[in-house]
Ligand binder design. Structure first.
Ligand code: FE2
Length: 433
């Protein structure tokens, strides 16, 4: 018997080292040392890391790559971003949204990012973004899993047609129920929106993913209601709280009550370190708050924390490159998560953890899983985060769909080597298979 593909001498993110990965019929057939069988194609990983694909569990694909249209965000705040998106929305065409989204998906694939949960704004009565992204979801399905969240950007109650549009979007095939309670007119409307949205999800058997408490206001506590409604409606494991940035400003006593409530309700927590490090704290003088939820504390309680990118070159964030290692790198820094275990936890927060939120089937490097993986120019997860490592090969269902040349600099310095490979200069933590 011959396999379709074998990756030889790979290190895995769980610290197994020097294993071979055999692929047959689009699935992983074996993960063992020294597989003797031949294959149609053999790739020598040379002791570098092979990981299951990166997953971005929080993104806005309807807005991506629209930077500067119709103008730039001058204040850098979330609220000007929302206003700016409101100016762009009437100008959107289905064709333009599809073109931008497909361009972004090309970039994502090159970066080994093969699953994206994207919120899609339902406050435009034409539902242009919904129509466009449903089409994109179908167009990219062979190489990227796209999951859509019906997102009432202008408020479920605050925008007159949001509630009806949200139901229309779900009828059209959008997968997940979204919301934005902190943007409603009052705290009470925010609470009622959480209740209504969770009830819709319960009735339709869907998941929930709310933009929740994305504010510097320590009294914004819709996450508490989200925990309550999740328990009341039996939605445990199906609900995500995105952003939760008010948590960084909450008083520690209250946080000591809230975090166990989140764990008890099995809420998935989704910080967005790149966007929130610049969007939050804009009204502060010094010290400036930087908008991160309490990641290490949540992880210590066993909460499933998955990082999102949120934005790439849009009204809210003018940087980004579909690079989930960049997201993990920022999380390491903002969360003081520099211990080796903490960096590995951050790597899991862009791979295994979001797979659970997404509900991806067949995810992982194990026999029977989909043959979807990424060969990185790094020897372990810590080095991958440190270097935001090059993606040497991206494999989907056993086929190499993207390749990047190794990153080697040539030097011309007398007495020094002729070339430098950045990944070569770091210690590696080894655990025997
Ligand atoms: Fe968002």
């Amino acid at each position: 018997m011959t396999f379709d593909l074998i990756i030889r001498n790979a290190n895995l993110a769980d610290d197994r080292m020097g294993v071979d990965i055999a692929v047959q019929g689009g699935r992983i057939a074996a993960v063992e040392r020294n597989i003797s069988t031949t294959a149609g194609r053999v790739i020598d990983a040379g002791g570098k890391l092979v990981t299951a694909p990166f997953i971005d569990i929080h993104f806005h694909m309807d807005a991506t790559l629209s930077l500067g249209t119709p103008r730039l965000n001058r204040s850098g705040t979330l609220l000007e971003g929302i206003q700016l998106w409101g100016e762009l929305k009437p100008l959107l065409t289905k064709e333009a949204v599809i073109a931008r989204a497909l361009k972004y998906c090309d970039l994502a694939v090159a970066q080994g990012l093969l699953a994206v949960r994207s919120h899609v704004d339902v406050c435009d009565d034409r539902l242009v973004g919904v129509e466009a992204l449903l089409e994109v979801k179908d167009l990219v399905k062979d190489y990227l899993d796209l999951q859509l969240v019906a997102f009432p950007q202008d408020g479920y109650f605050r925008s007159a047609t949001s509630a009806a549009n949200l139901q229309r979007a779900l009828d059209m095939g959008v997968d997940v129920v979204g919301g934005i309670p902190h943007f409603e007119r009052t705290m009470e409307d925010g609470r009622l929106s959480v209740k209504a949205l969770c009830e819709i999800a319960a009735e339709r058997g869907l998941m929930v993913d709310l933009h929740c408490d994305e504010t510097d206001d320590p009294l914004s506590r819709h996450i508490e209601t989200l925990c309550y409604e999740t328990q009341r409606l039996g939605l445990k494991g199906r609900v995500a709280g995105s952003h939760l940035t008010s948590m960084h400003s909450m008083d520690n006593y209250y946080a000591s009550k809230l975090l166990p409530l989140i764990a008890e309700a099995e809420i998935h927590c989704v910080p967005n370190p790149l966007a929130n490090i610049v969007l939050q704290g804009r009204h502060d003088t010094y010290p400036k708050r930087r908008g991160m939820m309490r990641v290490p504390e949540l992880m210590a309680l066993g909460v499933n924390v998955a990082f999102g990118q949120d934005s790439t070159m849009d009204p809210w964030y003018s940087f980004g490159n579909a690079d989930m290692l960049d997201v993990a790198h920022m999380a390491v820094h903002t969360g003081h998560m520099t211990s080796r275990d903490a960096v590995k936890a951050c790597f899991r927060a862009i791979t295994d953890n979001p797979a659970k939120v997404f509900g991806l089937e067949g995810y992982g490097i194990a026999p029977g899983c989909n043959a979807d993986f990424v060969l990185l120019e790094a020897r372990d997860a810590i080095e991958a985060v440190r270097l935001r490592a090059n993606r040497l090969a991206v494999v989907r269902r056993g086929k190499v769909i993207a390749e990047t040349a190794p990153r080697t600099a040539t030097l011309d310095i007398p007495g020094r080597p002729a070339s430098v490979d950045p990944w070569r200069y770091a210690p590696v933590e080894a655990t025997a298979l």
